[in-house]
Design a protein around this ligand. Structure first.
Ligand SMILES: C[S@@+](CC[C@H](N)C(=O)[O-])C[C@H]1O[C@@H](n2cnc3c(N)ncnc32)[C@H](O)[C@@H]1O
Length: 290
């Protein structure tokens, strides 16, 4: 492990395992659409790399979408990979889902060649995103597909006016989060700022962009318990990571929303929903015919 894993602004990914797995699980309907879309643009997939897999929800889904394929889940979080391994075993996929510990963009030498690389919300945690895409592209066979899931719309889980606090809470949290994200990126080792035009970044990494699609997760109110659990955990995480930015009113509102005993809280109110949109950008490694 390199030094930057001990930096104070560093995210403790292993500690986020339960939340990432829960998030992945509630997003399965969206991830399935994305996997189906990728299947339609790739043929004869025998090996798949999930780069920055976290707890492996999509790794397992890709193994089911491509039943001939071996999937390699790569992450720098050892406990996240253990989680991915347990998940695969629980689904009878232990033979086809492997895990590989690596600090991206390095550590991929023994992983390739693969027919498909999937990477969701991981490249933006790497300082030089074009270099990261290029490293992922090098794992591809000619004509292989790289799909990065980056961007989309901010998630929504409550109406604008929730009857407590000042209306527009989520929009204000989004604005605070945008600044925090900029600071997070600036603090990354080797940070390079780029116009976040993903097809252009994929082209800069030597690939041919082949399409961008946004997938929707639309779980209307009343939300089932797993969705409430996720929303409550997401909210608790926001409250923590934006602690020094949120004003006192909004902090109090978040406290009430997170309180399982408060009738206005996420656990008990009837209007909780989950609406999210995630964008996937696909690009192909030039093949013999191009
Ligand atoms: C926001 S999570 C996304 C997880 C999963 N792909 C998803 O979409 O839910 C980012 C993931 O990237 C991993 N990650 C961050 N920096 C990394 C690095 N330098 N090398 C490998 N993995 C890294 C984290 O451990 C974490 O699992």
């Amino acid at each position: 492990m390199t030094d930057h894993h001990h930096h104070s602004t560093e995210i403790d990914w292993d500690a986020m395992g339960p939340l990432l797995e829960l998030e992945g699980e509630v997003q399965i309907p969206l991830l399935e659409q994305a996997a189906g879309w990728l299947r339609g643009r790739s043929g004869g997939v025998r090996r798949v790399l999930d780069a920055g897999s976290g707890p492996g929800v999509m790794s397992c889904l890709l193994a089911r979408e491509f039943p001939e394929a071996e999937v390699v889940a790569v992450d720098s979080g050892r406990e996240l990979l253990d989680r991915a391994g347990r998940r695969a075993a629980g689904q009878g996929l232990a033979e086809r889902v492997r895990t590989h510990l690596a600090d991206l963009p390095g550590g991929l030498d023994e992983v390739g060649p693969v027919d498909l690389v999937w990477s969701s919300k991981a490249v933006h945690h790497l300082g030089d995103q074009v270099a990261a895409l290029a490293a992922l592209a090098r794992c591809l066979r000619p004509s292989g597909l790289l799909a990065v899931s980056e961007g989309g719309l901010p998630r929504r889980w409550l109406p604008r006016d929730i009857g407590i606090g000042r209306p527009g809470l989520q929009e204000r949290l989004d604005a605070l989060n945008a600044d925090r994200f900029t600071e997070m990126r600036a603090a990354l080792p080797g940070s390079k700022s780029e116009v976040e035009d993903w097809p252009a970044l994929l082209a800069a990494a030597g690939l041919e962009p082949v399409g961008t699609r946004t997938f929707l997760l639309d779980l209307p109110a009343p939300a089932p318990p797993a969705v409430r659990e996720f929303v409550a955990a997401d909210l608790a995480r926001l409250r923590e990571k934006l602690a020094d930015r949120i004003d006192a009113d909004d902090r109090a509102t978040l406290g009430r929303l997170a309180d399982p005993d408060d009738p206005e809280g996420i656990h008990r109110r009837p209007d909780v929903f989950l609406l999210s949109a995630q964008t996937v950008h696909a690009a192909r490694r030039p093949g013999p015919d191009s």
